[in-house]
Design a protein around this ligand. Sequence first.
Ligand SMILES: [Zn+2]
Length: 408
Amino acid sequence: MFYSKLFGKTKKEIKNYDSISHKLLTQAGFIDQIASGIFEYLPLGKIVLSKIETIIRKEMNTIDAQEVLMPSLHPKILWEKTNRWNSVDVLFKIKSQWANEYALAPTHEETITPLAKKFIKSYKDLPLALYHITAKFRDEKRAKSGILRGREFGMKDLYSFHKDKKDLENYYQKVIKAYLKIFKKCGLKEIKITEASGGSFTKKFSHEFNVITPAGEVNLIYCEKCEFAQNEEIANNNVCPKCKNNLKKNKAIEVGNIFDLGTRFCEAFDLKFIDKDGKEKYPVMGCYGIGTTRLMGTIVEINNDEKGIIWPENIAPYKIHLIGLDLKDKNIRQNSYNLYKKLTEKNIEVLFDNREDVSAGEKFNDADLIGIPIRLIISKKTGDKIEYKKRNNKEIKIISFDELINKI
Ligand SMILES: [Zn+2]
């Protein structure tokens, strides 16, 4: 990709931001805010989001979940059946000009359960796990922190149906492992899992996946040596019950949560199956969410410095940020475009800053702000070699093309 042609350029400064990720993602040209809590994803942002979704899809498919796509527009009657039309305080309600009322879905139990009902007849149809990745809506009084807490946001939600509690618990453990893999691949090394009650969504047990950061809004008591963590309100420990280390307290962002829904929704929609013993039973259900856009924001909260974003390799918009300097010189120009061509022919993702009317300093600042893992420079100084630098490392090396290919 030529930076000169990329839609969404960096900005010198921005006003009115309320988290680091909001500031950096806007300034670097990944997102753009339409109104409080409503964002657009520009090409760089869309690539990152798609990479996060690809990582999630792979792990979902590995635990035998199948992808579907359900609508955001839910007829009111579905939410009345589960008694949630009036009990979910952030439910977005809209009225059609033809008098029908709808919810803009913040979650999808109200559509997945009647859908599953059409296909689940016997124990042989279980277990069943379906997921999708779509926009979700929350009618927040005050949206804040950029894409960390939007009115419209991206989410992967998975729902599973089981013949009994034991089968659900087995699957639930598989999802925990899959989630930890997903977060690790996305560059979040430290995830703290808390066990909590799930508020208006469920009365059963649930787990939350938290990332420690000052931008968070949950107060977490946690152990630095192991994965132990608790929400502040319910915590009653000063030392870790697992490894006796002293506990710490900090803010955290919740990037994922999983619930045991029991039979609540299957009962509401009268979804039953015939078990081996010939009796009709309600399946036991689990629900598992990851906020995809919130995850993207959290990754930036964790991975940045005073100059900009430092993307983890797996989800960076491009692998290489190639900078051509002195491009008015014919030889250098040719070297730069040749290198770009050779790399892209090897299917290596390159963002090539080929602008001729921009200073070297400005290009370096932009590269640091955008945060692509590897920066390459072709200039008068480098001759037929290439300057190589990693975004998260100060060391600069002058290397040949072959050495570069070996490195990447
Ligand atoms: Zn511990």
